[in-house]
Ligand binder design. Structure first.
Ligand code: GLN
Length: 219
């Protein structure tokens, strides 16, 4: 759990910065600094242990999967997630969260009960945008950008579907404090999903603080 001193009760959200569009997520989270969020790059175990939540960006899931192994982060990340660390995967990041990815040549992190098909809409030229109603988000539909995007072909019982395309294909899901979106909110100027994830992290951090406080009192 986070160890360094914080300014007030600001939340610290990490973005896995091994490959992909982590810079866009960082600026999206930072622009919302008035919302009480600090955003930091995560490439090491020490950095991972100092965040209240982690975003895994879009990019190339095969590359990120290899780099997680090379940077010795795969197993620690699984452990932190089992211990309650909230994680949001976008596109390649969502692929890595799934526990069943037939077309991935390395192990995924494998913490969400779902089957994900990579490149389900075709190649780069088949990129598209769609307006999505997302459960839990107030306001108008969110403009979603799909770039060589996956779909979540099967989701388990504990997984809540947050959004689907008009043809029923699932593109956003949540399992406890894990969030997966097959599109790229960080490439728009709509911060609602970043705030949604920050709320998950904030709720988790306050539970953890309360538990640690109780443990301190008891000892
Ligand atoms: N097609 C990529 C993959 O399989 C994901 C694309 C993206 O993140 N925009 O990893």
């Amino acid at each position: 759990m986070p160890s360094t001193d914080r300014t007030g009760d600001r939340l610290r959200i990490g973005v896995l910065a091994l490959q992909g569009d982590f810079a866009e997520h960082l600026s999206m989270l930072r622009e919302d600094g008035e919302g009480g969020v600090d955003a930091v790059e995560v490439r090491t175990l020490a950095q991972l242990d100092d965040v209240d939540g982690l975003v895994i960006p879009g990019g190339e899931s095969t590359t990120i999967a290899r780099l997680l192994i090379a940077f010795e982060l795969l197993e620690p990340l699984r452990e932190r997630i089992r211990g309650g660390l909230p994680v949001w995967g976008t596109c390649a990041g969502a692929i890595l969260l799934a526990d069943d990815v037939p077309a991935l040549d390395r192990e995924p992190i494998g913490v969400m009960d779902m089957t994900v098909d990579r490149n389900a809409f075709g190649s780069q030229v088949d990129s598209f945008e769609a307006d999505l109603d997302i459960a839990g988000l107030e306001g108008p539909p969110l403009r979603a950008i799909f770039i060589r995007a996956p779909v979540f072909r099967r989701v388990g019982e504990g997984v809540e579907v947050l959004a689907a395309l008009a043809d029923g294909r699932i593109v956003a899901a949540r399992q406890g404090d894990l969030l997966a979106t097959s599109f790229h909110p960080e490439l728009t100027d709509d911060r609602r999903l970043h705030r949604y994830f920050a709320d998950i992290c904030r709720a988790r951090a306050s539970v953890t603080d309360a538990t640690e406080g109780a443990a301190r009192t008891a000892s």
